[in-house]
Design a protein around this ligand. Sequence first.
Ligand code: FAD
Ligand code: NAP
Length: 387
Amino acid sequence: MSVPAADSAFSKDRPFPSLITENRLLSRPGSAKETRHIIANLAGSGLHYKAGDSLGVFPTNRPQEVSELLQRLGATGDEPVMLPKATAPIAVREALTSRLALSGPTRKIVETLSTKAADAGEKAKLAGLLAPESKEVLTAFLDEREFVDLLAEFPSARLTPQELVDHLRRLMPRLYSIASSPKVYPAEIHLTVAVVRYATNGRDRVGVCSTFLADRVQVGTTPTPVFVSHSHFGPPEDGAKDCIMVGPGTGIAPFRAFVQDRVAGGAKGRNWVFFGDQHRATDFLYGEEWEQYVAQGQVARLDTAFSRDQHLKIYVQDRMRENAAELWAWLKAGAYFYVCGDAKRMAKDVDTALHDIVMQQGGMTPEQAADYVKQLKKEKRYQRDVY
Ligand SMILES: Cc1cc2nc3c(=O)[nH]c(=O)nc-3n(C[C@H](O)[C@H](O)[C@H](O)COP(=O)(O)OP(=O)(O)OC[C@H]3O[C@@H](n4cnc5c(N)ncnc54)[C@H](O)[C@@H]3O)c2cc1C
Ligand SMILES: NC(=O)c1ccc[n+]([C@@H]2O[C@H](COP(=O)([O-])OP(=O)(O)OC[C@H]3O[C@@H](n4cnc5c(N)ncnc54)[C@H](OP(=O)(O)O)[C@@H]3O)[C@@H](O)[C@H]2O)c1
């Protein structure tokens, strides 16, 4: 849903070197998750944003992974390499640190290693992986590995720095929903970042950008290249309209921005927030802020679904169904309905719940409910920002 950026000296092609001024844990000790509140400073950038926009961040890779790759290549890091479309070479360490993705090996690198391997055992293993009947085995093998694993597993296949670099994809920026309103924070952008850490093939892995923000950026000193990605997603222009916001997990981020924005702008419409995460005690992101908004009457309804606080899971869509009559009343009165967060499961299940509520409460057939929801979308009263 990206739209062209407004006039600014900085853009995706020329990102602004922002300083991160805050990096605070939102999840509490004992949580299974690590979710952080990150603040990027925009002072001097001339960048503008609005509630609903995202921030693009260009990360760098972990230095230890870069060093291990260089060591496996037998390189010092100073060797020059050419990147696609480049006019001049750069040092391989720089290429591996900030230009290229070190994950996602494909069949092509296995083919290259098989032509280079000198050891008979390695050659046989590579040939087995490339056999026509091994397609699924190869996919599973590659899913569990990054490039460094392949160099470690097939040391007799010596690649030059350029040969490795030729197999790597460009390191792409990551987007994060902005969790602040420019009406309250014109010169900074807040983010809600779930830090990705896991293990495969016996190695600890990390998400490049979430750990760049969590671990590698030094608060106040590391220039962090960012750009604003403008979006059609956003609160209603008419502040008199009611808003229903469904944002479990990090999906809550834009709704913190929406509510800040509406409160600061004196919007008269009501706000209804659905939030869910694993446990109230450790994962209620911005819990105190939400409770304060409720106490002050600025959030009319706050419905939470802490999935693992009881034997049976409870999700945001269960709370929607429990409150179907009221949700329908809000929709009939012209409310906007927003969803943000996990695309794979949550957003689909919330969409199903919305259809069911419209059908049951509105006394409609499935086809009529589908038309009703389609019309909501057409009127921009049903908007999603899912990933
Ligand atoms: C519009 C938009 C808004 C977004 N807003 C937010 C936001 O507000 N907050 C937020 O935290 N994120 C948000 N994201 C997601 C964010 O852009 C990144 O995708 C996320 O931070 C992961 O990036 P990374 O570089 O840390 O991980 P990557 O290096 O990209 O690694 C992620 C990959 O690691 C692999 N992986 C992850 N976990 C496992 C596992 N357990 N087992 C095996 N493999 C695994 C998967 O292949 C996954 O795709 C948003 C995305 C979009 C498109
Ligand atoms: N790869 C995956 O399978 C997967 C799944 C979810 C999120 N993610 C990604 O992980 C990152 C961080 O996630 P997050 O911290 O934002 O939150 P999250 O993992 O989406 O979890 C937030 C809450 O949503 C619940 N949930 C799980 N499935 C749901 C469903 N079908 N419908 C409604 N709620 C559901 C979770 O419950 P339980 O965890 O107790 O089930 C939890 O209480 C995001 O980038 C997200 O896209 C990946």
